[in-house]
Design a protein around this ligand. Structure first.
Ligand code: ADE
Length: 241
């Protein structure tokens, strides 16, 4: 079967969202990957079907209950081929990277738990071996957008999803550097010319100009990536191909 994302959420109608369009949407329609949603509330019991409760120790907001989330995760694990990773999207998580996306793309699929509110009871994350993943140092209103980011970054690395695998290898992070600038016709736009070297037809000069641009941009904008690149550290999917 195809790589599948199984998403546990209070808002299944948020999926596929943007993933239903363009490259990922075509690949989804062609069966190159699969998407399943589980409504978290279906695993709640009682008249009110409560999924959350107030935090132990006091404080603001609400916490998703261990019993409800536990039943949802156990249902999601049913029929998962082998054991595939279970991820809770949260700003406390390990950072999403090209390396992690590549690893996830090589599994049979992934179960994604989307939170709302202040978080999830820690006991269910610990007992079900859930990996927490963050898409960046900012706080979103819920995990759904983060889950879509993770799915997009992962699905496009599945063989045959991206038409041209050369573009994966050329893009940012494939070599640990930011991408060089791109241009297309017309040769002059509002008086601004395309750099002469790109029109020279000299492939070696083009390649070294692009390398210089990528290095200068990386030094300027991402000193952290530049240091890793220089020290030969395999970060951000540098080792990915
Ligand atoms: N949920 C809320 N904020 C998030 C973030 N930055 N990354 C992943 N999941 C989140």
């Amino acid at each position: 079967g195809a790589w599948t994302a199984r998403v546990i959420t209070l808002f299944p109608e948020a999926f596929p969202g943007v993933l239903g369009l363009s490259l990922t949407g075509r690949a989804l329609a062609e069966g190159l990957w699969g998407l399943e949603t589980l409504q978290l509330r279906d695993f709640a019991t009682g008249k009110h079907r409560n999924v959350d409760d107030t935090p132990a120790g006091g404080g603001a907001g609400m916490v998703l209950r261990a019993d409800v989330v536990g039943r949802a995760l156990d249902a999601a694990a049913q029929g998962a081929r082998g054991d595939w990773p279970v991820i809770y999207l949260s700003p406390r998580g390990v950072p999403l990277s090209q390396t992690l996306a590549k690893r996830l793309s090589q599994a049979d699929g992934v179960t994604l738990l989307c939170g709302r509110f202040e978080g999830v009871d820690q006991r269910v994350l610990d007992s079900r071996n859930v990996l927490e993943v963050s898409i960046g140092d900012y706080v979103l209103s819920g995990g759904e957008i983060a889950a879509q980011v993770l799915i997009d970054a992962t699905v496009r690395l599945i063989p045959r999803v991206l038409g041209n695998s050369a573009s994966v290898e050329e893009e940012s992070f494939a070599h640990g550097l930011l991408e060089y600038p791109q241009y297309t016709r017309p040769a002059v736009w509002e008086g601004h010319e395309i750099p002469e070297v790109l029109l020279s037809g000299d492939h070696a000069r083009v390649a070294s100009w692009r390398r210089e641009q990528a290095e200068a941009l990386t030094k300027e904008r991402r000193p952290d990536l530049w240091r890793a690149h220089e020290s030969g550290d395999p970060v951000q999917g540098q080792e990915l191909s």
